[in-house]
Design a protein around this ligand. Sequence first.
Ligand SMILES: Cc1ncc(COP(=O)(O)O)c(C=O)c1O
Length: 474
Amino acid sequence: MDTREFREAGHRIVDHLADYLDRVEDHPLFSAVEPRVLQQLFDEPLPVEGSSIHSVLLELNEKLLPYCTQVNHPGYLGLITPSPTPVGILGDFIASALNQNVGAYSIGPSAVALERRTVRWLTELAGYGPGAGGNLTSGGMMANFVGLKLARDWASKDKAQHEGVRERYAAYTSEERHVAIDKSADAVGIGREGLRILPTDERFELRVDALEAALEDDRKKGIRPMAIIAMGGSTNTGAVDPLPELRKIADRVGAWLHVDAAYGGGMLISQKHPGVLRGLELADSLAIDPHKWFYAPLDAGAILVKDDTRLTRSFGMQPAYLTDLLDKDNERYNYYVHSFEQSRRFRSLKVWMGFKRYGTKEMGSWIDANVDQALRLHQLASEHADFEPAVKPRMSAVCLRYRPAGVDEDRLGKLHATVARRIEEGGRFWISTTSLKGRTWFRINPVNFRTRLEHMDELFQLLTRECPRALTTV
Ligand SMILES: Cc1ncc(COP(=O)(O)O)c(C=O)c1O
């Protein structure tokens, strides 16, 4: 492919995507196709001969695009994947063309500087001081893993990196944690059984009395507290654990405080609801994902740490083949020495471009609109005799359920699954289901700058139609 062909194809792709974004609401949000049909569509041997870009694009038009989940559609209110900003889309395009490897200064000097500035903006938003640092990750899963590894290394006085885990440790977290925490507990060697899963109160926030009891129980057994892992916006309801109180407890018992704000971090730019994440700056480390509520295209998570030197302590290995002997004054920042990943995509470009193009003012207004949408749905459910909201949303995640009198929990579980499936088939909305305190709920989560309040009214009307209808079939 020469540059003439690249230019022509590129123009065509941008035109096509612009048309697609203009008309995204006209198409079904989710395609009712069997997974096996999709597998057959792509069932072909590895090409030996190439074909023209024209035919490759035609094939994508036929096989890929019609069956994408339209996360740009304003009715996409499901798992936390935002409508990406158009400028973020362009940012990723440029990042691929330049292919800077942000892992090593020598493969992307200006990209490293841009990424460091992006991390600095995030640490400042979180309320951290100049000694803070961090890096962009593939997402919240990896950011939480790094957070727990930092905790483990700190708790072992930097011995665990060499000796493995020799002591008996426990980490404390809420029943509303994300599964990222369970996987990370396994990966850092304390095991999932080393996690103390604690109950939450009626706002789905970690109960401090339960934490104190678990700490005391472990103390008696000689088990050391490695970390308290708090939610800064839980996946189900946007719950925020009592961070200032948890900081005090962590200091008293000698534990690291990690906060998972992978989703909730977006609230840091809300103009209408400041202070929802009060105490975030007290955490030793935190996960914040620009690819969730800063509307960046996948992928872009971030691990931020109050004391930047902890990253180097945890990851600072420099094999000879990666040692930069040209760096005379230690000025060339090599991300691989301060993070788990080595080769790193230039993820920060789309995040940086998003902040530059829109500013926190415009992006913050999208956040506030998403919160208003969740509040509207909460209000509609509160006012309806047969619906019940789980809790007043503090962010944009809202859970509600249909619970007409005299229907047992088992049937209600099936009903919610049936309705979510029918809504998917309808192609106007996509919502998920979840479980809270043993009961099934619809989970609706606007992180989409195209969604408007009217969409909430339309969705609620749909629920009031579909729920009684499903009751006759389950
Ligand atoms: C609170 C929270 N933490 C972590 C994650 C995992 O993030 P990712 O899917 O980017 O790995 C999620 C995903 O939704 C989340 O909601």
